[in-house]
Design a protein around this ligand. Structure first.
Ligand SMILES: CC(=O)N[C@H]1[C@@H](OP(=O)(O)OP(=O)(O)OC[C@H]2O[C@@H](n3ccc(=O)[nH]c3=O)[C@H](O)[C@@H]2O)O[C@H](CO)[C@@H](O)[C@@H]1O
Ligand SMILES: C=C(OP(=O)(O)O)C(=O)O
Length: 427
């Protein structure tokens, strides 16, 4: 298995191109199930999760063709064509590697009147139940059965009637599943307290381009008028706001100055507000965002929350950065119950962090030192890399398959701005 070796101390400066968003791509791809016509997605990131989803689509009988397979290409174009769906089953083997596979449940139910999807397990960041996905589909008229580790959803003869659902907790995935089911329902559906993350807006925009009728896009109350059929479309995946935020933290911890080419400042406004509070200079324009560390880092209290609040997917990276701030910061994680897995590893690198339930107290500034560390989940892995970039000496990060789920060509992008980082085969 590969590992990353990082020798800290280099100041990052220059331009990093921002890729298409993993979390948008993972909900745009299953939209191919909703139409017999070709769906072409541009700016897809080159990630293990996208490859996994491609296999899942192929398993349903959806053909996929990819352009941009040369190693030097950032972003790819994938055309998916589901003229005929030959299977409505998502087997355990494909689902277990990728939680987002549950997102095929809604569109498959809408197109085929039935869907059988293996239940995704828990993962390092928490339990991650799917009850709200199922309750929303039930509210639209589906019958749900749980058997032998699989969810089986069946629509009444003649298709889903549609209905109303009020989310007791904001859920990105359940909102996406519900939207993809409702667009082909016989009647009108309404979602209250829906997630309004930029990735949901991206999904709505694609569905509208395919002929769906959705009101309230960008708000937490959505009204979906079901249509008889959807057409194909060509659509560009939005930029990855979490990738951009991660590289901003990486530059900041080295006292650097980077331009995040293609980043969308509006989508990452809570992260940019946090970076400004920490004392960074942030400039936004139509083509990207520039982040520069020209002053000592200030301690800052941060709390994660559904959009427009601070993304939980940025918590670990900001924690590494705050270990270099002049004073004590308090970070509260309100979305996932177990998202401090990076703390013990950061502590091994010299960070002074204490956790109590969902709160972490970060005392800075500390002198970080290189160490052998283990990545536990995607963003935890990135937080270790960020710390390593500012650490004295060499850090080895193992289990980097987590990073390959979410960061397209990570080491190349960091090398572009002067980081000393390389991927080597593990011994
Ligand atoms: C592929 C993708 O887009 N992943 C993102 C998505 O994950 P995902 O869609 O899995 O996260 P959710 O928004 O659903 O989870 C939010 C909270 O709701 C709870 N919950 C969720 C569903 C459910 O049926 N029941 C329930 O109780 C979860 O345990 C969690 O506490 O949003 C998260 C929150 O912004 C991000 O961290 C993930 O990167
Ligand atoms: C938790 C994340 O992703 P996923 O939902 O795919 O596990 C993430 O992107 O940080």
């Amino acid at each position: 298995m590969d590992k990353l070796i990082i020798r800290g101390g280099n100041r990052l400066s220059g331009t990093i191109p921002i890729s298409g968003a993993k979390n948008a791509a993972l909900t745009l791809i299953p939209c191919a199930i909703l139409t017999e016509e070709p769906l072409t997605l541009r700016n897809l990131p080159r990630l293990a999760d996208i490859d996994g989803f491609q296999h899942l689509m192929n398993q349903f009988g959806i053909t996929t063709a990819i352009q941009g397979t040369r190693p030097e290409d950032f972003g790819r174009v994938m055309t998916l064509e589901g003229t005929r769906i030959t299977s409505s089953v998502a087997p355990y083997d494909l689902v277990r590697k990728m939680r987002a596979s549950i997102l095929v449940l809604g569109p498959m139910l809408a197109r085929m009147g039935e869907a059988t999807v293996s239940m995704p397990g828990g993962c390092a960041i928490g339990n991650r139940p799917i009850d709200l996905h199922l309750k929303a589909l039930e509210a639209f008229g589906a019958q749900i059965e749980l058997t032998q580790g699989y969810v089986k959803a069946i629509a009444p003869d003649g298709g889903l009637p549609g209905g109303d659902f009020d989310f007791p907790v904001v859920s990105v995935g359940a909102t996406e599943n519900a939207l993809m089911a409702a667009v082909l329902a016989n009647g009108t559906s309404r979602l209250f307290n829906a997630a309004r993350e930029p990735e949901i807006v991206d999904l709505c925009n694609l569905l509208v381009a395919m002929g769906a009728e959705i009101e309230g896009i960008g708000s937490s109350d959505l009204t979906i008028h079901g249509v008889k059929r959807l057409n194909g479309a060509t659509y560009k995946v939005m930029p990855d706001r979490i990738e951009a935020g991660s590289y901003a933290c990486a530059a900041a911890i080295t006292g650097g100055d980077v331009r995040l080419e293609g980043a969308n400042a509006h989508d990452m406004s809570s992260t940019l507000a946090a970076l400004r509070a920490i004392g960074l200079e942030v400039e936004e324009d139509a083509k990207g965002v520039r982040v520069a560390a020209n002053a000592p880092l200030k301690p800052t209290d941060l709390t994660t929350a559904p959009f427009p609040g601070l993304a939980t997917d940025m918590q670990a990276q900001l924690m590494s950065l705050l270990s270099k701030a002049n004073g004590t910061s308090v970070l509260k994680e309100t979305i996932f119950e177990n998202r401090f897995m990076h703390v013990p590893e950061l502590t091994r690198m010299g960070a002074d962090i204490a956790t109590e339930g969902r709160t972490a107290i970060v005392k800075g500034p500390v002198d970080l030192t290189g160490a052998e560390v283990m990545a536990t989940d995607l963003r935890a892995s990135m937080s270790l890399i960020i710390a390593a970039l500012a650490a004295e000496g060499e850090t080895q990060v193992r289990r980097i398959y987590h990073l390959d789920r979410g960061y397209e060509r990570l080491e190349e992008k960091l090398q572009l701005v002067g980081a000393d980082i390389e991927r080597v085969g593990d011994d």
